[in-house]
Design a protein around this ligand. Sequence first.
Ligand SMILES: NC(=O)c1ccc[n+]([C@@H]2O[C@H](COP(=O)([O-])OP(=O)(O)OC[C@H]3O[C@@H](n4cnc5c(N)ncnc54)[C@H](O)[C@@H]3O)[C@@H](O)[C@H]2O)c1
Length: 262
Amino acid sequence: MSILERFSLRGKVALVTAGAGPQFGQSISSALAEAGATLITASRNRERNDEYAAKLRARGHDAHGLQLDIEDMASIDALHAEVLRTFGRCDILVNSALARDGHQGSLPEQTPEVWRHSADGDYLGLFEICQKFVATMAEQGSGSIINISSIYGVVSNDPSLYEGTVMKQPPTYNFVKAGMINYTRHLACYYGKQGVRANCISPGGYANNQPQPFVDAYCKRVPLGRLLDHEDIKGAVVFLASDASRYVTGHNLMVDGGWTCH
Ligand SMILES: NC(=O)c1ccc[n+]([C@@H]2O[C@H](COP(=O)([O-])OP(=O)(O)OC[C@H]3O[C@@H](n4cnc5c(N)ncnc54)[C@H](O)[C@@H]3O)[C@@H](O)[C@H]2O)c1
């Protein structure tokens, strides 16, 4: 098999949580679909996922929308059952959903309620979805889990970047993204012998019309001199999803333009 063939996802079923989201979600979903996977995108708004799946099908890919509330354990279990009923297997799981309501405000403004939201989606939800699908993958004897963490799961936010803006930096985000990285290592250690790999991708900031003072400060600090765009995460996703990375597990792949180099 040639190295390019190892990157192919033909014949594989891939589930992306929040895979219809306009930033990383669609980027991840389109990368997996373009690499040949049968793509399933799921989040709270089923219609939005169906619409995005229809767009991918119009481009010649095999894509489907389903419903998922990552804060609701019954919804996760129902999605797991539906994926197996309809597609018979799951080879790739990308956890990209983020319970944004759990990431409002900076430390002095946050309340236990905000932390509970974050815990429901980004802590219990991640536990439940990985527990369900890792068991399926172990039964299959193969599978790849990719958890989308962040530079802010590895280092703290740099307060000086936000000077002159009203941008808030919620500590819940640092808490869940750091925990996600080590939970992923746990999955890698306990399921590797059953053929399941688990890795993280930690992206830097996605260009999304942020205030100019922030953009200037960010671009000055990051070695590659810019924020991420729609294309930047795709290669990392396909690499970790495919057999091209078949001896890579428990890794946290920084897609950060060198942000964490210094
Ligand atoms: N945007 C960035 O700069 C950035 C940087 C590093 C990492 N990330 C990570 O990338 C991932 C995607 O982030 P993004 O910025 O593209 O999108 P986002 O943060 O705007 O939205 C997250 C997605 O999660 C979905 N979602 C929210 N609550 C949900 C729930 N209860 N159940 C199911 N889905 C739910 C939303 O529909 C949305 O599509 C996140 O995990 C985020 O932490 C983002």
